[in-house]
Ligand binder design. Sequence first.
Ligand code: SF4
Length: 210
Amino acid sequence: MNKYIWLNPVILQMYNQEELSNHLVNLGFEMITVEENHLQIVKNKYKEQYKDCKRLLCDNRCPKAVSYVRSHYNDPNLEYSAIQPILIHCAEELANRYKDYDVELYIITPCTDLKDQGNKLNMKNTIFQTWTEFCRDHNIMINSKSIQNSPIPPGFFDNIPNVVSLSSKNDIDSYFQEVTQKDKRLIEMLYCPGGCHNGDGVKIANEKYD
Ligand code: SF4
């Protein structure tokens, strides 16, 4: 059975590509990429939803941020977008590509929340795992470098007017507790400080795994 693996951009930035690819090949995995520009596709979907939205539209790319806001600051003025995160768009393209074959497709996420969201969708042949879990399961111990900025940094909606960008749990708490910027129409929300390079599933590979 062929085994394919798609790595989110945070993981790709952490390693020498050739070394990482060779390591995965030795483990029996082929690294694959998507063909469509899902970042732009998702951005366009938000632009469309924004045009018709009469309430304060909440970014749905970070499931942990959405669930935190729903449980702590739910408000009838908020409209939660149903647009799937970019990673789920990528996974759908790949799952569709291999759905008629006897394969295993691994989608590597930067956090537990995206992993859980992906696995709940029951895509055929598709397994969502965090990088930390994958490294632990396959005893991967190759050198990595720490990443200072997310490959998709805060500011995703910069070309849309009246956006507030909240790029940590603290930012989210401050905004919803103070609610001073009532003119805003769209909230960018990321739970981890600065974005996905600080996700709970991105553990440096040469650390010990529990
Ligand atoms: S890694 Fe952090 S910021 Fe990125 S989707 Fe997961 S919880 Fe949100």
